[in-house]
Design a protein around this ligand. Structure first.
Ligand code: GLA
Length: 384
């Protein structure tokens, strides 16, 4: 059974146990959000100063960089109240600039791949910056993960958070239209981390924003996540070619390694010699969520580390989930805590529209037109 921190606290109170004896995890269980704190994290080669914001609420501690809107650290307690940073990252700005595989970053303008970096919209052909073989990945060579965002802190009722702003000029990375983007990171009094994305444009364009946190609920640098249990509420996924571009088919997960409709460990089927697993070198696919596009965030996935008891529950308005099992981590990066990251030491659960939608008329549309506002919300709820 899964216990929420609030239940633990209520139980503790009934048993006459004080918050102090349970540790700080439960001490924050009823909110107590502090004003976000800002500090200098580093300076870019052009002299731009990058700041780190620290937020805490409801037992969750979050550190965010103005560079890429990066979640540099996200700490949550285990079932005994012991904290761990469950998100992969670096302890310095230079590594983020030189070699980050999108650790914790905001992704735009288009999360995931676009075939050959090309698409046609309203009869006009566009060529994007190509940065993944012949394709465009995560917005191109200088995506939103490599931009410095304007950050404004807020406290609203019992919530604390940050507004992050970035304006992408017309033609940046080849995309049409000036895109004004606002992302809101909220830590709620219950310790949930909520992301609200908004964007407007002055020309028809395509948008698909997401967040690229690498999760390891046992703590970053602690080893493989193959023992994590994962559930994804999807009966279909989008098979890909060898370049990880969807074929256009919506294939059934039933009877394949892609069936996560009931909790299954990440490692259980990761060595099944299925063509799609070979293409991805593991899981690196988009699940077509059964709920589809929704106006409110709905539950779609649960990740659980049986040893620590930490759980992550994700709800989203998006129709797709890219589950990437950290296949390209090759033991060459040293993480925040000074440990080396190897293949499968973390996984990403990126809520988004389907890859290559601009070239797939049957996929839910990613087109944004002037006068309309792009909106997307994802909520990460933690428990232990
Ligand atoms: C995404 C992609 C993966 C990989 C990672 C970053 O999740 O789907 O193929 O490129 O980003 O390494």
């Amino acid at each position: 059974m899964e216990l929420s921190r609030r239940t633990v606290m209520a139980g503790a109170a009934a048993a006459g146990v004080t918050a102090t004896t349970l540790g700080s995890a439960t001490a924050h269980a009823t909110g107590g959000g502090k004003k976000p704190v800002k500090e200098l994290f580093g300076t870019l080669a052009d002299g731009t100063r990058v700041h780190r914001w620290s937020l805490e609420n409801g037992g969750t501690r979050l550190k965010v960089l103005s560079y890429g809107g990066v979640v540099q650290s996200l700490e949550i307690p285990d079932r005994r109240g012991r904290y761990a940073n469950v998100s992969l990252g670096f302890d310095n700005l230079d590594d983020y600039v030189a070699k980050s595989p999108y650790f914790g970053a905001l992704i735009g303008r288009y999360g995931n791949r676009i075939d050959q970096g090309r698409f046609t919209l309203d009869g006009r052909a566009y060529q994007l910056s190509v940065n993944d073989g012949a394709n465009t990945l995560h917005g191109g060579a200088q995506g939103f993960d490599k931009r410095v965002w304007d950050v404004e802190p807020f406290t609203k009722g019992s919530d604390v958070g940050l507004y992050l702003y970035y304006t992408s000029v017309d033609g940046e990375m080849g995309y049409p239209g000036t895109l004004r983007t606002k992302v809101t990171y909220t830590l709620t009094r219950g310790g949930d981390w909520r992301i609200d994305y908004e964007a407007t444009t002055d020309k028809a364009t395509v948008v698909n924003l997401t967040s690229h946190v690498y999760w390891n609920l046992a703590g970053e640098g602690s080893g493989t996540v193959e023992d994590h249990e994962l559930t994804i509420d999807a009966s279909r996924y989008t098979p890909v070619d060898s370049g990880l571009i969807p074929t256009g088919e919506l294939a059934r997960v039933a009877g394949t390694p892609f069936d996560f409709r009931r909790a299954k460990t990440v490692g259980e089927d990761i060595r099944v010699a299925h063509q799609q697993v070979l293409y991805g070198q593991g899981f690196d696919h988009n699940w077509a969520l059964d709920k589809g596009v929704t106006s409110r965030p709905e539950h779609i996935a649960t990740l659980r580390d049986p040893r620590s008891g930490r759980t992550l529950r994700i709800a989203t308005t998006e129709p797709g989930l890219q589950f990437y099992s950290g296949n390209f981590q090759d033991g060459t990066l040293v993480g925040t805590g000074g440990r080396v990251y190897r293949q499968g030491d973390a996984l990403c659960l990126e809520t988004q529209h389907f890859p290559d939608s601009p070239n797939q008329p049957s996929f839910p549309s990613t087109v944004l037109r002037p006068g309309r506002t792009y909106r997307s919300t994802t909520v990460h709820a933690f428990g232990s």
